[in-house]
Every structure is written in structure tokens, then in C-alpha cells.
Design a binder for this molecule. Sequence first.
Ligand SMILES: [Ca+2]
Length: 291
Amino acid sequence: MQFLHHFKCIPVLLSLLLLCSLILPSAAESPVPEYDPDSLNYELVWSDEFDTDGLPDPARWGYNTGGNGWGNGEQQYYMAQGNATVENGILTIELREEKKDNSTYYSSARMLTKNLGDWLYCKIEARAKLPSGRGTWPAIWMLPTDRVYGDWPNSGEIDIMEHVGFDPDVVVQSIHTKKNNGGSCITHSTAVPGAREEFHVYGVEWLPDRIIFTIDGEQPHAYEKPETAEGEKVSNVWPFDQRMHLLINLAWGGSWGGREGTDKSCLPARLEVDYVHVYQSPEILALTGQE
Ligand SMILES: [Ca+2]
């Protein structure tokens, strides 16, 4: 308020304020640094080739465990051990029907790199072979590590690969934000013939102003940081300026995977992953103060 006392004439003040608003970016809209997306260099910063037989490397992977449906009415129970194994260079997450005390349940695994691998702007490539069968719902995806803008969906979600068994060989890649989430998320489906018989590379390139989805190096879909309306929070449509981590899981049933029922004759079902590569660009790290 001290500032005002230097001006005797309100029209002059208003003119100056208008001029400033035209020249200066709004503080709320952190400006996107200038870069050439076609000339970025990338360096491998995190990877798992799954080349050591046994349990997945605990220095790279943790687990979410339990069964409460995971917000989608999913039927599987996620275990910390026994459903995710590495053999012959491949990570396998196996979804099984289990019998115990005359009751039946479904076991699987949900692995995540939270606090072991967390990145702000990166390129991820995961080479994977998807399971078959109505009710299977594998995913390779990202969630915010610090939930700076609040709980889901306010801090965002990036789905690099989702596949539901009732819609075989169709890979779905999506963005969830506070404004667009769940059934109204921003999503794109791509036919990937042979996705359940052979390995394909599913990826994302996450930049300060766009998220580019990839499949085998093609770019079927991109989400550009939108312009925000007057008074709308940037984080409502672009919470993607905070670090995120990677998740890999195989769900059973639920609001989407089980939409057309489940057929347990497909069990055990397997999601296989040959490698996960995470790259970051030194140029982007420098531009965003992460050196
Ligand atoms: Ca491998």
C-alpha cells in the first residue's frame, strides 16, 4: 500500500497497472521456460532391466498392499510378496485365484517407486506384454509424490498404459486433474494389435507445458497445458509441476476392468515388463531449477 502514496493521479495509476498487466506474466501462472522440444538431449537417470532373478530390487520398488477396492471397487488383494517376480530378464506380476479356509480371493501386486524414484519432468519408456481375459486391468502410471495440490485427483495422475480385458488390444492413455478426472478425464485409446502376445513400448514425455504419450515411439496423443480462465487456478488443469512416481499393477474387476464382468478362466493372468527406463533432459532440469 505504500506504493499508492507516490501517485497523485488515479488515472495514471490505472494506466500503469494496465501496462504492467500486459507486460508482466501473472505471478500465479508460472511462465513456461522457453525450450525447443525437438532438440532436447536426454540422459538415463533411473532404470530397471529386471536382470536379477528373484524379488524385484527393493532399492527401486516398494508395494501398496491390501484389498479395499482402491477407489474403483477392484476385487484383487495386493500382496507384498509372491505375485511380483523377476526371471530371465522379465518382471512378471501374476494375478491369481487363491483358496484359503474354504474361501476364494484374488491376489496380485501393485509396485511403486515412491521415494525411491521421483521425478519432475521426465521421459519414461516401459516395454511390456499385457494380460488377456475379461476382468484383467493392468496399468503403468504415475501419481504425485507430495500431493501439493491435495488428494486425488487434485494433484494429478498420468496413465501411461491401461488395458481392460473386455476391450482387448486397445491401450488407453489418460490425464486426470481436478477439472477432468474419472469418467471425464482426458483420454485417448489406441489399437495395439498383438499387445497381449508380444512386447510393446509404452511411454510418456512429460515437459513443463505438455505431456506427450507414446507407443512404440509413435505419439498418439498429447495434453498441452491449457490456458486458464480468469480466476481459475492453474493447478486445476495443470498440477503437473511437482514430482511424481511410477506405479505398475494388475487389477481384477472393478468399475472399469469389471464393467462387463469377470471370467476367471483366464487366471492366472500375467503382466510382463522387460524394462523401465526413465530419462531426464539436462536442458529442462536447468530451465526448471533442478540442477
Ligand atoms: Ca529385461
